[in-house]
Write a protein that binds this ligand. Structure first.
Ligand code: PLP
Length: 442
C-alpha cells in the first residue's frame, strides 16, 4: 500500500475546527484530536497524517469482510460505471439476487425482504409493519437498548443518553432483559434471571391496557456495551408474546452475518423459539455502503396496503456491493473465522484483564467482544478509563470502540477476516494501552 501525501497538521486542525463550526454539537467523535481516515486495506486504515492503525472497530461494525476488499470494490465500480441509480420502480438484478440470499438465510418462512439505507430506517419500517399489522402503537423494548435515531427508533431506545426525545409517536413499555451484571439481578443464575424477566414482562403486559404490537430487542446489545441476555430468554419471552399476537422484532443490525461466531443471527442463540416475526439488518451487509433492510413473512410484510417506493433503498450500487460482500462472507466461512479467531482473542483479552485493575469483565461472542472498565479497586463504572484506553490504544496504532450505559465498555469488533496474528497484535496493543491508561489515571 502506498501512503498518500499527508496534509499538514495545520490543515487537519483547521478541519476539526470547521467540523465543529458546521456539524451538530451532539454528533459524537472519538479522541481529543479526531482522526481523519483517508483509506484502508484489509484490517488496517490510514489517517491523513500517514499513521497506520489496526482497525478493531470497523467503522462501527460496518466493515464486515475487509477494507477495500477487491471483490466489493470491483462490483461497486463496475455498477457505478454502468448506472448509479434507477429506483425501486424498475427491476434490479442484484437486489433480487441479494434478497433471495437474505430470505433463505433469515430462516423466516415465506420471507419478503425490503431494503433501506440504514439500520434506523430498517427499525422504523419494522415498527411501521408491526403497528400496522396489530393496529396498536404500544411496543415493548428492552432497557438499555439502542435502535437508531429516527423519531420512532429513539422512541424504543432504552437509555435517555441516546434517546433525546420523550415525544415518541409510540407508547413504549420497557422490560428487563439484558443488563444483569449489577443490582438485584446480579446474583441470579441464568434460569432464575429468565424467570425474573418473564415475570417482569407479564407484569408490564398486565399494566399495559389494550393490545401491544411487538417486542423489539437486540440479541446482544451493541451500543449498550455488548451485553447479552442468557440464551433462551427471547424464546421464553416469545412463549408469553405469541399467544397474545405480539410480534417479535429481532434487531440484528450489529449481531447479524455471523459476527457472533456460533450463529449466523443473534436470535439463533434462542433457537428453540424459531425465527423472529421480523428481522432487521444493516451495517455489515454493505461493508460500509449505506444499506439496511427488513425481513418478514409475507403476511406481515404485505399488511401495508398503500403503494410505496424507496428512492434509494436497494439501489444498484449498494446491492451490487452488498451481494459481492455476502458471497465473499459465505464462500470464505467468515462466521467460522469469527468463532475461531474470536475465541482466541477472547481468551487473550481475559488473560490481560486478569492482570489489569481497570477491567471488571470481558464478555461477548465471536468478534463482538466487550471489555468493561471500572475505577481501579472499585466496582464503579469508569467512562474516564474507557476514554483513556481509547487514546492510548490510538497512540499504539489500534482503533477500538466504546459504549455501555455508562460509557465504560471497550468494544472490540474487527472485520471478520481478522487473522490470528492480527488478533495477537491488537491484544498486545490493548494490553499496553490498559497499562498506560492506569498510569495516567493515577
Ligand atoms: N440498531 C442497532 C442495534 C444499532 O447498533 C444501530 C446503530 O448503531 C442502529 C440500529 C441504527 O443503525 P444506523 O446507524 O445504520 O441508522
Amino acid at each position: 500500500m502506498t501512503e498518500t501525501s499527508a496534509p499538514s497538521n495545520g490543515d487537519h486542525a483547521s478541519l476539526h475546527a470547521r467540523h465543529r463550526a458546521v456539524m451538530p454539537d451532539w454528533l459524537a467523535t472519538y479522541y481529543r484530536q479526531p482522526i481523519e481516515i483517508t483509506h484502508g486495506e484489509g484490517r488496517h486504515v490510514w489517517d491523513a497524517e500517514g499513521n497506520r492503525y489496526l482497525d478493531f472497530f470497523g467503522g462501527i461494525l460496518t466493515t464486515m469482510t475487509a477494507h477495500a476488499l477487491p471483490e466489493v470494490t470491483r462490483a461497486v465500480s463496475e455498477q457505478a460505471a454502468r448506472i448509479l441509480h434507477s429506483s425501486t420502480l424498475y427491476l434490479n438484478r442484484s437486489a433480487v439476487e441479494l434478497a433471495e440470499h437474505i430470505a433463505r438465510l433469515s430462516g423466516i418462512p415465506d420471507a419478503r425482504v425490503f431494503f433501506t439505507t440504514s439500520g434506523t430506517e430498517a427499525n422504523d419500517t419494522a415498527l411501521l409493519l408491526a403497528t400496522s399489522h396489530t393496529r396498536s402503537n404500544q411496543v415493548l423494548a428492552l432497557r438499555n437498548s439502542y435502535h437508531g435515531r429516527s423519531f420512532s427508533a429513539v422512541g424504543v431506545t432504552g437509555n435517555t443518553a441516546w434517546s433525546p426525545t420523550s415525544l415518541s409517536p409510540l407508547q413504549t413499555l420497557y422490560v428487563h432483559g439484558a443488563v444483569r451484571s449489577r443490582g438485584p439481578y446480579a446474583q441470579l443464575t441464568d434460569a432464575e434471571f429468565i424467570a425474573a424477566c418473564v415475570a417482569d414482562l407479564e407484569d408490564v403486559l398486565g399494566q399495559a391496557g389494550g393490545s401491544v404490537a411487538a417486542l423489539i430487542a437486540e440479541p446482544i446489545q451493541g451500543v449498550g456495551g455488548f451485553t447479552a441476555p442468557p440464551d433462551g430468554l427471547l424464546a421464553a419471552f416469545r412463549e408469553v408474546l405469541a399467544p397474545r399476537g405480539i410480534l417479535w422484532i429481532s434487531d440484528e443490525v450489529q449481531t447479524g452475518w455471523g459476527r457472533t461466531g456460533e450463529h449466523f443471527w443473534g436470535w439463533q442463540a434462542h433457537s428453540q423459539s424459531g425465527p423472529p416475526d421480523i428481522l432487521t439488518f444493516a451495517k455489515g451487509i454493505g461493508n460500509g455502503l449505506s444499506m439496511g433492510g427488513v425481513v418478514a413473512r409475507a403476511e406481515v410484510m404485505n399488511c401495508l396496503t398503500a403503494n410505496s417506493i424507496s428512492t434509494f433503498g436497494g439501489s444498484p450500487v449498494t446491492t451490487a456491493g452488498a451481494l459481492a460482500n455476502l458471497k465473499y462472507l459465505l464462500e470464505h466461512d467468515l462466521q467460522g473465522n469469527a468463532r475461531r479467531v474470536g475465541g482466541l482473542l477472547a481468551a487473550r483479552l481475559s488473560a490481560i484483564a486478569a492482570a489489569s485493575p481497570l477491567v471488571r469483565e470481558v464478555r461477548g461472542r465471536g468478534l463482538m467482544l466487550g471489555v468493561e472498565l471500572v475505577a481501579p479497586g472499585t466496582e464503579d463504572p469508569s467512562p474516564q478509563a474507557a476514554t483513556a484506553v481509547l487514546e492510548a490504544a490510538r497512540e499504539g496504532g489500534l482503533l477500538i470502540g466504546k459504549g455501555g450505559r455508562e460509557g465504560n465498555v471497550l468494544r472490540v469488533a474487527p472485520p471478520l477476516t481478522l487473522t490470528v496474528a492480527e488478533a495477537e497484535e491488537g491484544a498486545g496493543i490493548l494490553q499496553d494501552a490498559l497499562r498506560t491508561a492506569t498510569e495516567r489515571l493515577r
